[in-house]
Design a protein around this ligand. Structure first.
Ligand code: MLC
Ligand code: AMP
Length: 459
């Protein structure tokens, strides 16, 4: 009996979308592999998403099927017409009932440029965009990482990152599967439990976001046994790893974290060396199959060592945004040889001697909190729907554990109770997007053109 045959028997076809709103569990991976083997497209949804985000994603990618679990059903009840494309909801508890005899299976031909995933990523316009990721994109990232990080069949990856993002799914699960390695899949990260498991010797590879390393360091400061001699690799990515975290982790464990840099749209782009230098504050050099440039505002290459926007090109780069050709066109430029370069929005500088790249910030207003992306515009739009809020500006403020958290500045025409406003936001948006600070101001700082001067709010 197989899930692949079960999904085909149900009628799942090449090009159909299947949304996953599910915690980490083996069934997630089993169903995911079945979906993409049938040429259907998996759409993972962040489990913390609520009414606004869920409604948008379901109405945008119009999935026929949703794979979820009982505790999430209540959040789906909050959504109306936006989920009307759904023909069935498959509960993880019922996956076994969906299996069918594999002898009747006729898996279609799935080609390199067919879509495997549409992954929603925060949008500058307030609504998230679906990044269309092909089988070839996944393969390019995976083959690059297998070579660059010396994956082996006897590796054991402790995977606590969510499977609904590139880091957990592609860097973690796909690489381990492709290497024929073992995945110790966990529902999430818990400092005490995860530390104990890492010390137990069960795993030898660990991937995390910087917030997790900050919490591990806190935990290790009052742990007597810090013997990690069995560990082969600790990696960090998805947000900037503070050099202090890099150093503190080395001092406590004797391991130098390998930092790498990627994006939903591009998979993995750059990495520090596995066998060579792992430089704190740097994301290293391009992975196999990835080319990079650093350009100025006129799209001209900057002089070596100068700052500019990082562009990438290669088989890892996605094929565009779902149903959004204009947004796709705006994110690429072409060089004289006809190569397509994706504009990452990340500002970078490359060391002329070593070739190592340092990320310096972002061109857009993206806030990264604990490895999750937040675009201020989405929160600002919601805040101004609240009675009494006339204008809203959201910025990221530094935070020791999360890296950054959102803070809101409001211009109000009536008295607004911050606690009630926060409750209102939590009903509609993932709680990590809810502003941690709310400040009421008479006016928002604007320039002569009326454009908001967010840097003045930061000051
Ligand atoms: C949870 N909370 C967060 C948060 N995660 N707040 C800010 N930022 C976050 N990232 C809040 C919850 O909303 C909740 O608030 C409270 O913390 C407790 O929730 P929790 O579920 O118990 O949190 P916890 O399990 O401790 O989660 C922390 C975490 C998690 C660091 C383990 O955020 C996480 O798994 N981050 C990894 C994200 C990731 O994989 N990103 C990769 C993107 S891919 P309240 O108010 O409800 O109590 C990518 C490309 C690349 O970027 O390069 O990899
Ligand atoms: P996402 O859209 O969630 O895939 O997030 C991609 C963004 O995360 C990138 O554009 C970077 O801004 C950021 N990012 C990923 N890895 C790193 C890293 N190692 N250091 C700094 N920023 C990172």
């Amino acid at each position: 009996m197989s899930s692949l045959a079960g999904l085909q028997k149900w009628g799942l076809q090449k090009g159909d979308r299947v949304a996953f709103f599910l915690s980490n569990c083996p069934e997630f991976l089993i169903a995911y592999l079945a979906v993409i083997r049938l040429g259907a497209i998996m759409v993972p949804i962040n489990l913390r998403y609520r009414r606004l985000e869920l409604g948008h994603i379901l109405s945008d990618c119009t999935p026929r099927l949703l794979f979820t679990e009982r505790p999430q059903l209540g959040f789906l009840d909050d959504i109306g017409a936006e989920k009307q494309s759904l023909e069935a909801i498959l509960l993880v508890e019922e996956l076994a009932q969906w299996q069918a005899d594999a002898t009747s299976l006729q898996a279609p031909l799935v080609e390199a440029n067919d879509l495997a995933l549409v992954m929603y990523t925060s949008g500058t316009t307030g609504r998230s965009k679906g990044a269309m990721i092909t089988h070839n994109n996944v393969i390019t990232t995976v083959t690059g990482l297998l070579a660059a990080w010396a994956w082996e069949q006897n590796d054991r990856l402790l995977l606590c990152l969510p499977l609904f993002h590139v880091h957990g799914l592609i860097v973690g699960a796909h690489c381990a599967l492709a290497a024929g390695a073992t995945i110790l899949l966990r529902a999430g990260f818990e400092a005490t439990k995860t530390t104990a498991e890492l010390l137990s010797g069960a795993a030898n590879v660990f991937f995390a976001v910087p917030t997790i390393y900050v919490r591990l360091i806190d935990e290790l400061r009052h742990t007597a046994n810090r013997d990690f001699a069995h560990m082969r690799l600790f990696c960090s990515g998805s947000a900037p790893l503070a050099p202090e975290t890099h150093t503190a982790f080395y001092e406590l464990t004797g391991h130098t974290i390998l930092e790498r840099y990627g994006m939903t749209e591009t998979g993995m782009n750059l990495s520090n060396a596995y066998a060579g230098a792992r430089v704190a504050g740097s994301v290293g050099t391009p992975l196999p199959g990835v080319s990079m440039r650093i350009v100025d505002g006129k799209n001209q290459d900057v002089a070596p060592g100068e700052e500019g926007e990082l562009l990438v090109c290669g088989g890892n780069v996605f094929s565009g945004y779902w149903l959004a050709p204009e947004k796709t066109a705006a994110s690429f430029s072409h060089d004289s040889l006809g190569h397509q370069w994706f504009h990452t929005g990340d500002l970078a500088r490359q060391d002329p001697q070593t070739g190592y790249v340092t990320l310096l910030g972002r061109r857009h207003e993206l806030i990264i909190s604990g490895g999750f992306n937040i675009y201020p515009r989405e929160i600002e739009e919601l805040l101004t729907t609240y009675p009494g809020v006339a204008e809203a500006a959201v910025i990221g403020v530094p935070h020791a554990e999360w890296g950054e958290v959102p803070a809101a500045f409001l211009v109000c025409t009536a008295v607004v109770d911050p606690a009630e406003l926060i409750t209102y936001c939590k009903q509609q948006l993932a709680s990590f997007k809810v502003p941690r600070q709310i400040t009421t101001v008479d006016v928002l700082p604007r320039n002569a053109m009326g454009k908001l001067q967010k840097h003045l709010l930061k000051a």
